[in-house]
Design a protein around this ligand. Structure first.
Ligand code: AVJ
Ligand code: FE
Length: 441
């Protein structure tokens, strides 16, 4: 059992960090921008703001503390299942000032609850789980709100320093991950969500995985060699999508003066060749991999590459070990508003030498989002269970936009294979039926 004061401090830190990010994302634009719908794919920012606090009210004030509730009458407005994103601007949403008051009212009461609740002894409060869950939820919406900022037109509202530089000089193009069993998922990570549980053994045949994510430079070769024009590389639904919407490059890219440019948080810049590619759908990732004579890694391959330590046979919490992410390990938490160049973050390398598995870009995997053997929905079916099935593909590793609290070696994200606005890229893999063999340059 963890020291209750340490648990309290950790929960308080996670909630406070999330709120600082939420405040920044909702104060750097005016009220018109907060209530506008910047894309039918997204909610108005002011919906996210009040939804975060409504969930916090439901889980921490009502479920944990037994409070009757501050504003149960607005639950349905902020229920993500009742209202699709496109329809949210038409709801009687709390105005920005009202939403901010609601948020601080809920948070003030939650901090009192955190002070006086015993943090062990009940499923929802063991190891402060509900507090960790709510902090992760807020951070996930902070990533969602950053996506909305990326879709918003107009001058830049957010600024951040460039990530550390890096390059792939001297790195092998791919890493061999040996075949055999490894432990996937977790049963003892206190704030792991239901879909990451339980820990179980998987046998993964040996395979080769790209050392770094596929870069814009790599992806431009696919475009230049008519990758979008040849049906044979595409899954049928992907081919249909790119034809119907005349897609010929990642979202936010455009061509001018013989050069690829991209719009990024209100600024236009040349597409940086050494950066991991972003804003591609699962279908685009899948087509690129086929064009390259390769394939997307499965989810278990990705997790084995990220966690398996051949020296001990144990699965680590993160590629670099069991310590929580620090700045030198990975590009997380919106410290930088872009991925770092391929080959950055040597301190975040996995034991086998794979780079940038955590942070920078979410990585599409070949896998459908499915429960692990022994899965139990907790604390509610709508978190994960209702999304299981062939409709959603798993993404791993987290992007520059996700906070460490919502990112681990076991963390599973999912989305529809057509999605392009999320901060997603990918890396590729190939079977190794004949063992390590020579590594391509
Ligand atoms: C895990 C990112 C797919 O945004 O739909 C937010 C997270 N769940 N509110 C999503 C989530 C409920 C979820 N993803
Ligand atoms: Fe939510």
């Amino acid at each position: 059992m963890t020291d209750p004061e340490a648990l309290r401090r950790r929960a308080l830190d996670a909630l406070t960090t999330a709120r600082a990010r939420t405040a920044l994302l909702t104060s750097c634009v005016d009220d018109g921008d907060l209530t506008a719908q910047h894309s039918p794919l997204m909610s108005p920012l002011v919906w996210d703001l009040a939804h975060i606090s409504n969930q916090e009210e439901q889980w921490l004030l009502r479920a944990v503390a037994g409070h009757p509730g501050l504003r149960p009458e607005i639950d349905s407005i902020y229920d993500a299942f009742e209202h699709p994103r496109a329809s949210r601007p038409t709801l009687p949403l709390l105005a920005p000032a009202e939403a901010r008051l609601y948020a601080s009212d809920v948070r003030g009461r939650v901090l009192d609850v955190l002070d006086r609740t015993a943090l062990e002894g009940r499923p929802l409060v063991d190891a402060a789980f509900a507090f960790g869950m709510v902090a992760q939820h807020e951070q996930q919406h902070d990533e969602t709100m950053l996506i909305t900022h990326q879709l918003r037109r107009g001058p830049a509202a957010l600024h951040a320093p460039a990530p550390p530089s890096g390059d792939t000089t001297g790195l092998p193009a791919e890493v061999y991950v040996p075949g055999g069993p490894f432990t996937m998922g977790t049963s003892d990570e206190p704030w792991a969500l239901d879909n990451e549980r339980p820990a179980h053994t998987r046998v993964v045949p040996g395979f080769h995985l790209d050392t770094v994510p596929v870069t814009n430079g790599d992806y431009q070769r696919f475009i230049a060699e008519n990758g979008y024009g040849e049906e044979r590389w595409w899954a049928p639904e992907g081919w249909e999508q790119i034809r119907r919407h005349s897609i010929g490059a990642p979202l936010f890219w455009f061509r001018e003066g013989g050069q690829w440019l991209r719009r990024r948080f209100g600024v236009v810049e040349p597409v940086p060749a050494d950066e991991p590619v972003l804003h591609v759908s699962w279908y685009e990732a899948d087509a690129y991999a086929r064009w390259a004579g390769r394939r997307l890694p499965t989810e278990e391959e990705w997790e084995k590459a990220a966690r398996y330590d051949p020296a001990t046979g144990r699965s680590l919490r993160y590629p670099w070990g069991d310590e929580d992410p620090a700045e030198e390990h990975a590009n997380l938490g919106q410290r930088h508003l872009r991925p770092a160049a391929a080959g950055s973050y040597p301190a975040g390398s996995s034991p086998l030498g794979v780079r940038q598995l955590i942070g920078d870009v979410w990585e599409w995997t070949a896998s459908d989002f499915l429960p692990y053997p022994g899965f139990t929905a907790f604390p509610y079916k709508e978190y994960s269970e209702v999304f299981f099935g062939p409709g959603h593909k798993v993404l791993r590793g987290g992007s520059f936009a996700v906070d460490p609290v919502a990112c681990r070696g076991t963390f599973r994200n999912w989305d529809l294979p057509v999605r392009r606005q999320i901060f997603a890229g990918f890396r590729t893999a190939r079977d190794a039926t004949t063992g390590p063999g020579p590594v391509a340059a």
